[in-house]
Design a protein around this ligand. Structure first.
Ligand SMILES: C[S@@+](CC[C@H](N)C(=O)[O-])C[C@H]1O[C@@H](n2cnc3c(N)ncnc32)[C@H](O)[C@@H]1O
Length: 406
C-alpha cells in the first residue's frame, strides 16, 4: 500500500494512489480490549496487499470480492478505502460486526477514508454467489473451515481465487487437506512476517447436500444437538457442559421451585449449540428460556437444536454480545459455561465479561449456575460481581457453583 497501482478492467473508480491504511487506529470494542490484544495482524496486511494485486491483475470489482473471518475490519476497510465498493463480508461474531461498523464510521469520518459501501452477509449463498476473489482469515477449527470451503465451492464463480491466510504457528497440514477436498489447486505460499497465505483455485463439484449442520442424539441427557462448523464442541457435549447438565438433573426439584417465580425467565448465556437451554426447557415444560451467543454459527446451531427437540416455540435464540439486549434485572436464572479463549489466545477477560453480564441481567435473588475449569479464579469473580457463591459440585477438572444476586 502507499504506492500508485495500475488497475485493470473496471478500475477507473479506484485508480490512483492507495491510501496508507491506519491499521493502528482499528479498535476491537465492544470486544475485550487489552494491551496484548490487537485488532489486526500481519495476515490481514498480507491478505489485503495480495488481494489488491489480484484484483488489479484480473480486473475484479469490489462486488466480486467476498471477505470471510474479518476480525474487526482490517480486511474489509482497507479494501473499501482503496475504492473497491460493494465488497461482501461475513463475520461470525456479533462483536466483530459491531466493531467493524464503529471502525468504518470512525475512520470514514476522522481519517477521511470514505469507507462505506460494503455489504454484510451471513455465511450463505448471497455472500458468495459469483464471487471471483475470496479473502479468508483461517478459522481456528477444522469443521468451520470445512463449512466455509464447501460454501465457497458451492456458490462462487468457477474462476474464483481463494486467498486463505493465518499465523504460521496456528496452521496445520489438515487445513490444506480440507481445502484440497473442495479445490483442485491448493498452493501454500512462502511465510512472511510469521504469517502464510494459501492460494486455492479450481473449485471441485460439491455433494448435493452441504456437510453442515450435523446432529447427534444424546440419549443420556434426552436431547439432540445440532451444529454448524463454527460452534463450540460441534454436536458433541463438552465435558464441562456434562458436569453442569448432571447438576441440573440432580437438582431438578430446586429448578422447578425457582421456576414458580412470577414471570420466570432463564438465560443460557453463551449458549453454543444450546445444550443447557434445551435441557432446561425439556426439564421445566412451561419455562421461558433465552439462549444467546455472540457467534452466528452458535446461534444457527442452537436454533436447529431447539427445532430438533421440539422446543423452538419456548426457547428464543438471540445473536448478541454478552446479553446486551436483555434488560437489567429481568432474569431469574442464568446458566453459564463461560469461554476461556478470545480467538486464539487464552484470556480470562472472555469469561469475566459473561460473569459481569450475568450480574447485570439477574434480578435480586436470581441465581447463576456456572461451570468452569477449577484452576480459574471464577469463584471469586462470581462472588464479587453477583453475590454469595457456593460450590454445588466438583470433579477433578471442573467446578459448578451457584451464586445468588445480592
Ligand atoms: C465454553 S462455550 C459453552 C457453550 C455452551 N453453553 C455449552 O455449554 O456447550 C462458551 C460460549 O460462549 C460464547 N461467548 C463468548 N463470549 C461471548 C459474549 N461476549 N457474548 C455471548 N456469547 C459469548 C462462545 O461463542 C461460546 O459458544
Amino acid at each position: 500500500m502507499g504506492t500508485t497501482r495500475k488497475w485493470g478492467r473496471g478500475g477507473a473508480a479506484y485508480a490512483g494512489r492507495v491510501p496508507e491504511f491506519p491499521y493502528a487506529r482499528l479498535r476491537r470494542f465492544p470486544d475485550v480490549e487489552a494491551p496484548n490484544l490487537q485488532a489486526w495482524d500481519a495476515t490481514d496486511e498480507l491478505l489485503v496487499a495480495r488481494a489488491l494485486t489480484v484484483a488489479a491483475e484480473h480486473g475484479i470489482d469490489g462486488s466480486e470480492i467476498a471477505v470471510i473471518g474479518d476480525g474487526y475490519g482490517a480486511l474489509t476497510l482497507p479494501l473499501a478505502a482503496a475504492g473497491l465498493a460493494g465488497v461482501r463480508v461475513h463475520q461470525d461474531l456479533v462483536t466483530g460486526r459491531r466493531a467493524l461498523a464503529r471502525n468504518a464510521a470512525e475512520l470514514g469520518v476522522t481519517a477521511g477514508l470514505g469507507v462505506t459501501g460494503f455489504a454484510e452477509h451471513e455465511l450463505d449463498t448471497e455472500l458468495l454467489r459469483g464471487a471471483r476473489l475470496v479473502l479468508l482469515q483461517l478459522p481456528k477449527g477444522l469443521a468451520e473451515l470445512e463449512e466455509i470451503a464447501d460454501a465457497i465451492a458451492r456458490a462462487a464463480a468457477p474462476d474464483v481465487l481463494l486467498l486463505a491466510g493465518g499465523r504460521v504457528k496456528h496452521m496445520t497440514l489438515a487445513q490444506n487437506d480440507l481445502l484440497g477436498a473442495r479445490f483442485g489447486q491448493v498452493q501454500p505460499q512462502r511465510a512472511e512476517r510469521k504469517s502464510r497465505l494459501i492460494v486455492a483455485t479450481d473449485p471441485l463439484p460439491v455433494p448435493q447436500d452441504p456437510p453442515f449442520p450435523v446432529s447427534t442424539a444424546h440419549p443420556e441427557y434426552g436431547l439432540t444437538l445440532c451444529a454448524h462448523g463454527g460452534a463450540f464442541a460441534g454436536d458433541r457435549i463438552d465435558i464441562g457442559t456434562r458436569v453442569l447438565l448432571d447438576v441440573l438433573r440432580d437438582r431438578a426439584a430446586e429448578l422447578v421451585a425457582l421456576s414458580r417465580r412470577d414471570g420466570f425467565t432463564a438465560v443460557d448465556l453463551g449458549c453454543g449449540t444450546g445444550a443447557l437451554a434445551a435441557a432446561l426447557a425439556l426439564a421445566i415444560p412451561d419455562a421461558r428460556v433465552i439462549a444467546t451467543d455472540r457467534s452466528a454459527a452458535a446461534v444457527r446451531s442452537a436454533r436447529a437444536t431447539m427445532v430438533a427437540n421440539g422446543i423452538a416455540d419456548r426457547v428464543t435464540v438471540m445473536l448478541d454480545d454478552a446479553g446486551s439486549e436483555i434488560p437489567d434485572g429481568s432474569v431469574d436464572l442464568v446458566l453459564l459455561n463461560p469461554p476461556f479463549h478470545l480467538g486464539a489466545s487464552v484470556h480470562e477477560g472472555a469469561g469475566r465479561r459473561l460473569i459481569d453480564a450475568a450480574a447485570r441481567i439477574l434480578r435480586p435473588g436470581g441465581e447463576v449456575w456456572t461451570v468452569f475449569n477449577s484452576h480459574l479464579d471464577h469463584r471469586r469473580a462470581l462472588a464479587a460481581a453477583v453475590g454469595v457463591t457456593e460450590q454445588l459440585a466438583r470433579t477433578p477438572k471442573f467446578t459448578v457453583t451457584r451464586s445468588v444476586r445480592r
